[in-house]
Design a protein around this ligand. Sequence first.
Ligand SMILES: [Zn+2]
Ligand SMILES: [Zn+2]
Length: 168
Amino acid sequence: MAIVDIALICESGHVINAYSSRIKELNVNYCKDCGKKAISQCPKCHSPIPGGLVTSEPAFLHELIKQGSEYTVPNFCSSCGTAFPWKPERERALEDVINELANLSPEEKAKLTKAIPDILIKTARTPTASMHFKKAMKTIGSEGGKVLRQVILEVAPEVVKDMLGLKV
Ligand SMILES: [Zn+2]
Ligand SMILES: [Zn+2]
């Protein structure tokens, strides 16, 4: 039977350890990439943050580490529904890059900004949101497109990256 481990994630949303209860060696107090605090439970209800899946016990470390690289950071606590601290940070990151983009009209920027929630989380509106972003990527040229792509790769779940054709 598959078991879910506990994830250790920094407040900006960097995955520190998708298997914090099994690979204790990787656990730290602060993120090495941004210096923010690392958390493994919901700040509101203290439920553990669901981590990577363990499909067999005893689990082999190298397998877990490999699987951990595919772990997708959740945006909300599945026990109490509160947004994790990185969700507003991710929204802001996308908002900032959209505002910086040249060659986009204010209307197009507004449309993209409105579509941000559907890029961060897969919803029924995600295909439409992806279409807006794809169109914008054509308009903004390669330099802006590169930056936008980088931010999306940081913040969007795998399934959305797929829709945007960004999966590596
Ligand atoms: Zn971090
Ligand atoms: Zn919670």
